[in-house]
Design a binder for this molecule. Structure first.
Ligand SMILES: Cc1cc2nc3c(=O)[nH]c(=O)nc-3n(C[C@H](O)[C@H](O)[C@H](O)COP(=O)(O)OP(=O)(O)OC[C@H]3O[C@@H](n4cnc5c(N)ncnc54)[C@H](O)[C@@H]3O)c2cc1C
Length: 409
C-alpha cells in the first residue's frame, strides 16, 4: 500500500523549508505528548515558545493577513505547513488557543480597524492565549439563550454570570466572550461580544473534574473550567461588532468553529497506526492478516474523506466561493469518523493498543487518547444533532427559506 500524498515542485520546496525551520526552531526539551492533560506548566511554556517563534515567522496563524501578524499563506502552502506540524503531533497553534482561532476571523469580519490593530497581532504572534467563552449552565446548543449580562456603566460594561466547559489548563490572557447587553431585548437582538482581559478583578476560574479531552490534534485543552464573573468592569472599547449585534457576530464565530474554514487535519495518528500495523513483532505483522488489511484500507479511506472535506472548506473560504452547509457537514463527518476510526483501530489491533504500557501500548497511549477524544469531541463546537439541524436549514429542508452560512471575510 502506498499512502503518499504528492506535492507540486513548489510545495516540495516549501516542505523542505518548513521541515528545516522546524528542526532549527522546535525548542529543546519539548515533549511530543499526545494527551494535553499530561502537559506540565514547563511543557506548556515550551509550546508557547514554539508559538512565539512560529508567530514571528507568520506561521502561527498562517492564513491571516500579514499586516495583522499572519503569514498570508495560500491553500497550497497551508496544507504543507499543517502536514509538517502534524508529523510532530501538533496542530496550529501548538497549544490550546480556541478563543484566538475563532476570534481572529470574527474580528476580521466584524471588528473596527482599531479592534483589528489592537487584538489581532498579539494573538497571531502568539503573545497572548485566548479562551472562547460561550456555554453556560443553562445554554449550550441554545446559545441565544445565554444569561450572562454586561450592562453599560459609563466607559465600562459590568459583567456578571457563569460560563462552563470552557478554557484549558494553565490559564489565558483574554476570553472572547458572548454576553447579554440588553436583558429586556428580543431574543437574538440582545447579545454582544467582549474581549475580556482575564486579569480583571472579579474573575475566578474553577477546573471541572471531567474526562480530559483535546479535540484539536495535539493542541487540545486538557481540562475544562467554570469561569465566574462577579461585577467585572470591562472597558467599553473591548466590545466588538456593535452593541446588541452579537448574534450576527456569532454567525461568523460559529461558522469558523463548525469548520467552515476547514481545519487541515492531523493525520499523524493515522500514519503512525499504519506503521504500527506493518511492524513485525516476533516475526508477525498485523497486516499479514487479510481481514486487518481490509479494515486498514477502510480506516484510511475514512480519514481521507474527512481530510478532503476539510481541504474543500479551506479552499472555499480562502477563495471566497459561495458556502452553505459545508462547515457543519465537515464537523459532522469529523465527529462521526472519529468514532468509526476508533472502532476500526480496536478491531484491527485489539484492545491492547489502549494500554499506556510501553511494551504493548501504542506510542504511549496515542490510540487510547484518540479513542477518548473521539467520544468527547462529539459535543464541543455543537453536537452532531445540531450540525444536522444546521445542514437541514441551509439546504432548505423543513424551512421555506434557506439559512445563509456566516460570513468568513
Ligand atoms: C470537550 C468539550 C469542550 C468544550 N469546549 C468549550 C469551549 O471552549 N467554550 C465553550 O463555550 N463551550 C465549550 N464546550 C461546551 C459545548 O459547546 C456544549 O457542550 C455544546 O454546545 C452542547 O451543549 P450542552 O452540553 O449544554 O448540551 P445541550 O444543549 O443541553 O444538549 C443536550 C442534548 O440535546 C441535543 N439537542 C439540543 N438541542 C437540540 C435541537 N434543537 N435539536 C436536536 N437535538 C438537540 C444535543 O444534541 C445533545 O445531545 C465544550 C464541551 C466539551 C464536551
Amino acid at each position: 500500500m502506498d499512502f503518499a500524498i504528492v506535492d507540486s515542485p513548489e510545495q516540495a520546496a516549501f516542505r523542505q523549508e518548513v521541515s528545516q525551520w522546524l528542526k532549527e526552531n522546535v525548542p529543546a526539551g519539548i515533549e511530543h505528548s499526545v494527551d494535553p492533560k499530561d502537559m506540565s506548566y514547563e511543557q506548556y511554556q515550551l509550546r508557547r515558545e514554539l508559538g512565539w517563534r512560529l508567530g514571528k515567522k507568520g506561521w502561527l496563524y498562517p492564513s491571516m493577513p500579514r499586516q495583522y501578524g499572519g503569514g498570508d499563506l495560500g491553500a497550497d502552502q497551508m496544507v504543507v505547513l499543517y502536514d509538517e506540524i502534524s508529523k510532530l503531533g501538533w496542530s496550529l497553534p501548538p497549544y490550546y488557543d480556541a478563543g484566538g482561532r475563532m476570534a481572529t476571523p470574527t474580528i476580521l469580519v466584524h471588528g473596527s480597524e482599531e479592534h483589528k490593530n489592537r487584538f489581532l497581532p498579539p494573538i497571531c504572534r502568539g503573545e497572548v492565549r485566548t479562551w472562547q467563552l460561550l456555554t453556560e449552565p443553562g445554554a449550550g446548543s441554545d446559545l441565544a439563550g445565554i444569561k450572562m449580562t454586561a450592562i453599560r456603566d459609563g466607559d465600562h460594561y459590568v459583567v456578571n454570570g457563569t460560563k462552563v466547559y470552557v478554557g484549558s489548563s494553565h490559564g489565558a490572557d483574554y476570553s472572547w466572550t458572548i454576553v447579554v447587553t440588553d436583558p429586556k431585548g428580543p431574543r437574538h437582538k440582545n447579545l454582544s461580544w467582549l474581549m475580556i482581559p482575564m486579569d480583571l478583578p472579579g474573575i475566578s476560574v474553577t477546573p471541572l473534574d471531567l474526562l480530559a479531552t483535546g479535540g484539536e490534534g495535539g493542541s487540545g485543552s486538557g481540562v475544562k473550567n467554570s469561569v465566574f464573573f462577579d461585577n467585572v468592569r470591562v472597558p467599553a472599547e473591548n466590545l466588538v461588532g456593535g452593541e446588541n449585534n452579537g448574534w450576527k457576530v456569532a454567525t461568523t464565530h460559529l461558522e469558523a468553529e463548525h469548520g467552515g474554514m476547514g481545519r487541515l487535519a492531523d493525520r499523524r495518528v493515522i500514519y503512525d497506526f499504519i506503521a504500527y500495523c506493518k511492524e513485525r513483532r516476533d516475526g508477525v505483522a498485523i497486516v499479514d492478516d487479510p481481514a486487518a488489511r481490509v479494515e486498514l484500507v477502510e480506516l484510511y479511506i475514512e480519514s481521507e474523506i474527512t481530510r478532503l472535506f476539510a481541504l474543500r472548506n479551506h479552499w472555499l473560504s480562502t477563495s471566497g466561493k459561495p458556502r452553505s452547509y459545508e462547515g457543519s457537514q465537515y464537523s459532522l463527518r469529523r465527529k462521526l469518523s472519529g468514532l468509526e476510526i476508533s472502532e476500526k483501530m480496536l478491531r484491527i489491533a485489539g484492545p491492547r493498543v489502549l494500554t499506556t504500557d510501553d511494551k504493548c501500548g501504542m506510542l504511549k497511549g496515542m490510540v487510547e487518547y484518540f479513542v477518548r477524544d473521539a467520544i468527547t469531541a462529539l459535543h464541543p463546537g455543537a453536537t452532531t444533532d445540531i450540525q444536522r439541524v444546521i445542514m437541514a436549514r441551509r439546504m432548505g429542508v423543513g424551512r421555506a427559506e434557506k439559512e445563509q452560512a456566516g460570513a468568513l471575510r
